[in-house]
Design a protein around this ligand. Structure first.
Ligand SMILES: C[S@@+](CC[C@H](N)C(=O)[O-])C[C@H]1O[C@@H](n2cnc3c(N)ncnc32)[C@H](O)[C@@H]1O
Length: 249
């Protein structure tokens, strides 16, 4: 795995776990909000087992898991040449879908702060997939500037406190090359008439305490200054309940 570490740009991981395929571990602490709010979705091993069911994720997303995964993959491009990064694991088959589009000589990095998530992601990949697993905090990526051609953040931002969200968006902008692309899949500020605005947002407000931001303001509002003036394309789904945001870096 020496060459991969060198490719990471001289930032050496603290540890390399190899029993499920390499995980380059840069040793970040688990952020407080994950431990306090999301431990029962993403951190505990039983939770990872429980939610690793595409039908369940699909149910939680009101039948939109596959449509939104496809929208994410489509925006990333038909062939993921060069280097791509998926910032945070997702349940279901999203990484496998992306991995299918990585040609020989190219590479997909998947970053997550929870080792169990990276192990789970790895366990679903076919042998020989051109994917690296990096245990890092998205708000402090241990890779050099302009490393990647494209980055994907799939339903990550609404689960973050504002300061972590801003730092994560800044890091995404830093590590993607000029001319590259950042793709965000998220909830959207939905129309007043959407029934789920009342049926779903109310209970979800308890389970997802940071999501209110994303439901109430356009994405531009949460983009740090380094995004100002960038070309942004938005596509809405399910009566503006979800959005795909494509940003040219
Ligand atoms: C992408 S989000 C939500 C995905 C969506 N609910 C799904 O699974 O389809 C969940 C992931 O983000 C990771 N995560 C949260 N905060 C992070 C951070 N600061 N750095 C890296 N990964 C993080 C969690 O460990 C979890 O694996």
């Amino acid at each position: 795995m020496g060459s991969s570490i060198a490719e990471a740009g001289g930032f050496a991981p603290a540890r390399v776990t190899t029993d499920v395929g390499d995980i380059l571990d840069y040793g970040p602490a688990i952020p407080d909000y994950l431990d306090d709010v999301y431990w029962c979705y993403y951190v505990k091993p039983w939770a990872i087992k429980l939610y690793e069911r595409p039908w369940l994720v699909n149910l939680i997303l009101w039948g939109w898991y596959h449509g939104l995964s496809d929208a994410a993959v489509e925006a990333m491009g038909p062939s993921l040449t060069g280097k791509s990064v998926q910032i945070a694991c997702a349940y279901g088959g999203l990484t496998n879908q992306l991995a299918e589009r990585v040609p020989e000589g190219s590479q997909l990095d998947v970053v997550d702060v929870v080792e169990g998530q990276l192990r789970n992601m790895r366990s679903k990949l076919p042998a020989g997939a051109r994917v690296r697993a990096l245990r890092m905090d998205s708000s402090d990526l241990k890779v050099p500037d302009a490393t990647y051609d494209r980055a994907l953040l799939f339903f990550l931002l609404h689960e973050m406190p504002r300061d972590v969200r801003t730092a994560t968006l800044k890091e995404a902008m830093r590590v993607v090359k000029p001319g590259g692309k950042i793709v965000l899949i998220e909830f959207a500020p939905c129309a007043f008439w959407h029934p789920l605005k009342y049926l779903w947002h109310l209970p979800l407000r308890v389970l997802e305490p940071f999501a209110h931001d994303i439901w109430t303001r356009p994405m531009e509002h949460w983009l740090p200054e380094c995004y100002h003036g960038k070309k942004i394309k938005k596509t809405f789904y399910f009566g503006r309940f979800y959005q795909r945001v494509e940003i040219e870096v």
